[in-house]
Design a protein around this ligand. Structure first.
Ligand code: SF4
Ligand code: SF4
Length: 191
């Protein structure tokens, strides 16, 4: 991935973001660049920056390069890097903070994953479990790409034949998990 020469973020422009970035940097400050995180990551093959490289850029203040990559968005929070890091750094948590930061910016190259995640969670919140056909239908509608459903058609047909998914129309659901979601949001805002 080509990296810009001077992409350190302007810390005075966005104080909240600057504070979040300072926290993330402090979390990985003791990194010794050993590469254990990269060697432990099951998703590294699909990442454009290795985890080790990403942490180096974070420490250098090259935030725009980090946010322009897909590396943090491909993290599946398996915690392998966190468990194996010889410095005991909270890497999975730091990646979670990067994801939050990127979500607030609504970055276009992460739009697909962002909408997928939001619709998935909204479905769980409405129904207490994910309703696959409903959430995928809403996701397709928001992506506004008529070709996108074709990519999933084969898998969808196979799942339907096996009775794993059924046709579903959107519904409001019971909102049984509303209180739980509200509580988590409250706790996150406090931390
Ligand atoms: S495993 Fe830990 S110390 Fe090693 S490169 Fe990754 S973050 Fe740095
Ligand atoms: S927590 Fe994320 S970055 Fe760390 S090893 Fe797992 S997938 Fe990779």
């Amino acid at each position: 991935m080509a990296l810009a020469e001077d992409t350190a973020i302007d810390l005075t422009a966005m104080p909240e973001e600057a504070s979040a970035l300072a926290d993330i940097r402090a979390m990985v400050q003791p990194c010794i660049q050993c590469g254990t995180c990269t060697g432990s990551c099951p998703n590294e093959f699909a990442m454009d920056l290795t985890p080790r490289h990403m942490w180096r850029l974070v420490l250098l203040g090259r935030t725009e390069d980090v946010l322009a990559s897909r590396t943090f968005s491909l993290c599946s929070a398996c915690y392998m890097c966190t468990l194996r890091c010889p410095r005991g750094l909270p890497l999975t948590e730091a990646i979670g903070r990067l994801k939050q930061l990127a979500a607030r910016r609504h970055l276009s190259h992460l739009r697909s994953g962002d909408l997928f995640y939001r619709n998935f969670i909204a479905s769980v919140r409405r129904h207490g479990r994910v309703r696959e056909m409903e959430f995928m239908g809403l996701y397709f509608a928001q992506m506004m790409n008529p070709w996108l459903p074709l990519r999933y058609a084969d898998m969808g047909m196979r799942l339907m034949r096996r009775g794993k998914v059924t046709l579903q129309l959107p519904s409001r659901g019971g909102g049984g998990l509303n209180k739980l979601f509200e509580k988590v949001a409250e706790m996150e805002n406090r931390s």
